[in-house]
Ligand binder design. Structure first.
Ligand code: GTP
Ligand code: MG
Length: 304
């Protein structure tokens, strides 16, 4: 006797696909988590808050599901510039039409700012709390009371302690997220990692090195544009400009005889070559543009 078709479709769980916003306060590890889930360094990270300024999708496709993760800027409760207003709007917009939300919390405890973020999340969307950086907890005994505190703050589909950096418990997290996704076909080809193009990623890599290699204020005064991006066979020829707000910032960024800028460009180029899989020729200029962070036209041109 032939197996009836209906039995077959019951036996095979349906493929799931959906969008998952990753939200939380600055520096909790949202971008590190997105990279770890997707398995590639597509979202820039640094130990400084407000590293991420753009919404970026990272895509993970398994045999059972396609996860479209949306990395968002950390929610800004201080510093009210136009740029920050745009970043907050990006966070609000990204939780509005997703299938699930992962709210990232720091394992050192639930802060007032975390409660502010929780209050902003739409109650109807399935929400999972990822309690991140548990590798930093010297006393794992603190985890249970922390989970109880998180559970009391709001209703969650699941609460999962993880370490994005050590890639600990990410399989548990993806399982919990998959359970929240609706059945449906994949929206992106299986080998796509992100919805952003190489031009965007190139600019972000330059910005990441500025965040990582420079002190206090400068990273916040800088933005990066790509002025030229051409292919010559396997070689990518990229010309970028870093905008800063003051002349002295330009001098700091360049360093003695341009040495600091050279280190930034070299580190960015290496990362680009790794991600793009080919040689990169990168040239970086530095230009003073006093009010870029408050100029609506410049912000739009920068894609914020
Ligand atoms: N020890 C430890 N550090 C982590 C972990 N996850 C992230 N970090 C570090 O935390 C810092 C912030 O990480 P990001 O991923 O840039 O944080 P973010 O939430 O995206 O920050 P913004 O984009 O600024 O809002 C970086 O120095 C990361 O290396 C973790 O699981 N353990
Ligand atoms: Mg980030």
């Amino acid at each position: 006797m032939n197996k009836p078709d209906a039995a077959e479709s019951i036996a095979t769980p349906a493929f799931r696909c959906g969008q998952v916003a990753i939200v939380g306060n600055p520096s909790v590890g949202k971008s590190t988590l997105l990279n770890a889930l997707v398995g590639a360094h597509i979202a820039i990270t640094s130990r400084r808050p407000q590293t991420t300024r753009h919404r970026l999708r990272g895509i993970l496709t398994t045999a059972q599901a396609q996860f479209i993760f949306v990395d968002t800027p950390g929610f800004q409760t201080r510093h009210r510039s136009r740029l920050n207003e745009r970043m907050n709007r990006a966070v609000r917009d990204s939780v509005a039409d997703v299938d699930a939300i992962v709210v990232v919390l720091d394992a050192k405890g639930l802060a007032a700012a975390d409660r502010e973020v929780l209050a902003l999340l739409p109650p109807v969307v399935a929400t999972i709390a990822a309690v991140n950086k548990v590798d930093r907890l010297s006393d794992r005994g603190r985890l249970l009371p922390l989970i109880a505190e998180v559970a009391a703050a709001r209703e969650f589909a699941a609460i999962v302690p993880v370490s994005a950096e050590k890639q600990w418990q990410l399989d548990v997290l993806t399982r919990e997220i998959a359970a929240c996704l609706p059945p449906g076909p994949p929206l992106y080809p299986a080998d796509d990692l992100t919805d952003r193009d190489e031009r965007f990623l190139a600019a972000e890599y330059v910005r990441e090195k500025i965040f990582r290699l420079l002190g206090e204020e400068l990273p916040y005064a800088a933005a990066v544009t790509i002025d030229r991006f051409t292919h010559e066979g396997d070689l990518r020829r990229i010309q970028a400009t870093v905008l800063v707000q003051k002349a002295n910032q330009r001098a700091i960024l360049l360093g003695k005889e341009g040495a600091r800028m050279k280190a930034i460009a070299t580190a960015a180029r290496r990362d680009m070559e790794r991600l793009f899989g080919g040689k990169v020729f990168l040239e970086v200029w530095v230009r003073v543009s006093a009010g870029w962070a408050d100029d609506e036209r410049t912000l739009t041109r920068l894609g914020y």
